[in-house]
Design a protein around this ligand. Sequence first.
Ligand code: G4P
Length: 523
Amino acid sequence: MTPVAEQAARRRTFAIISHPDAGKTTLTEKLLLLGGAIHLAGQVKARGERRRTRSDWMQIEQQRGISVSTSVMTFEYGGNIFNLLDTPGHEDFSEDTYRTLTAVDSAIMVIDAARGIESQTRKLFEVCRLRDVPIVTFVNKIDREGLDPFALLDEIQETLALDTVPMSWPVGMGVTLQGVYDLVGRRLLPYAKQGEHPEAIAAEPDGLDGKVPAEHAEKLAEDAELIEAACPAFDLESYREGHLTPVFFGSALKEFGVEELLWNLGRVAPPPRPQPAQPREIKPEEEKVSGFVFKVQANMDKNHRDRIAYLRLVSGRFKRGMKLKQARTGKTMAVHNPIMFFAQDRELAEEAWPGDILGIPNHGQLRVGDTLVEAGETRFTGIPNFAPEILRRVRLDDPMRAKHLKRALEDLAEEGVTQVFRPVIDSSYVVGVVGQLQLDVLAQRIETEYNVRAAFEAAPFETARWVDADDPQMLKKFIDRNRSAVAEDRDGAPVYMARNFWDMGRIQEDWPDIRFSATRERW
Ligand code: G4P
């Protein structure tokens, strides 16, 4: 095996998807502890606090108690390197979340044992399914009363249309929790106080008499029989294709069942996968360095208008100082200060491998969707813009600040916080977002970071589609006839804005030679 193939095989780049409060933060913290990345529980939140004070717009995050930003955490466990990408959990941020999920190879789905599948879990799951991202399920909070484990499996199976294979099984739950039975290793992991690690008890599921109270021993023997009869065996291929989810039970808070989860993630989760690209897909073991930008974070430090572009490395061995070509512009940039992210620190990365995430400081050259390559003409695909669901006209309080507004909108559009359109008939700005919260973030950031007060007024439009045609004359004709409803996105691509869905339907019927698309690849 070449060094690149060897290093790629060790990488597990993943995200945690869950509904707020299911325990994502707690689980993240415990995973980082196991990886030796942090030494004290509680650090993840503490770190969150520090980060918040750094950037005012995160006030919203504080006020609403949700996580808006994406970060990356790298740690090592059992010989593997794990790159955990934090996904913003709020439904309004589906666009950002989608892009983050383009950069992972697998996900852990955390479910609260008492609540089962919740709305946000389902939405995030749908995004994973779009890209066939394989999922390991962790049923959390079994130290409290929860739903019957069989009922939970049924729910996953029915609401997500996913085969479930329990890999471990709770013995008791809540106050009667005795432990989890490891169905693969055929042993009981006794539940104990945090920090205590009693020996596992090797025994078949019907052999625990005398080791746990009789009613629990009996129940486990019965359950195991049912599982054997009703659940398929774990099939690695089926999991990696996204048809089947292995299910683990535990308690993130009590640090119970978490190590089994991580150990198995290292064992079954896929290493970096080939990535779709033009003119051909790119395999991780290829020697030439390539990667794509899935996120840009600006203004982390208000005094320096710095931006960090998050690059997912797809292939090759990256070395600090390397020159990479930006596919969109053809320009070459030397990457002198690439950053890797650890729980408490960022460090200069001397080298990085497929699956790793690099932070590249820049002054706005790098955009979401950009491809960087050592050589060749590759462009990664599948990182779309989404047609906005809310359109607003921007009104400036002080006309003298027009230049600043332009700058703010351009910056924030580059970062993917909003989309910006310019109607062809006047010089106003229309912003487009996929959710209301995104609009709040936008207003707050324009004010605190650019010192511009702007209001968002209802636009006479409700929805938008990119328009395109094989015949340029036809496209021109369409634009000329519909000037009052056509705008350009920031790359100059034409967009038709409709008053309502009925209007959109009608125009599509009237213009059969025009293509209307709800997404546009970010090239
Ligand atoms: P999130 O990131 O998914 O939103 O969830 P988070 O980890 O913040 O957990 C939400 C709440 O659930 C927290 O309680 C947390 O302590 C609790 N929790 C997480 N895992 C477990 C578990 O395995 N068992 C039990 N019993 N509780 C768990 P909180 O009271 O909201 O916050 P805190 O004051 O405890 O931090």
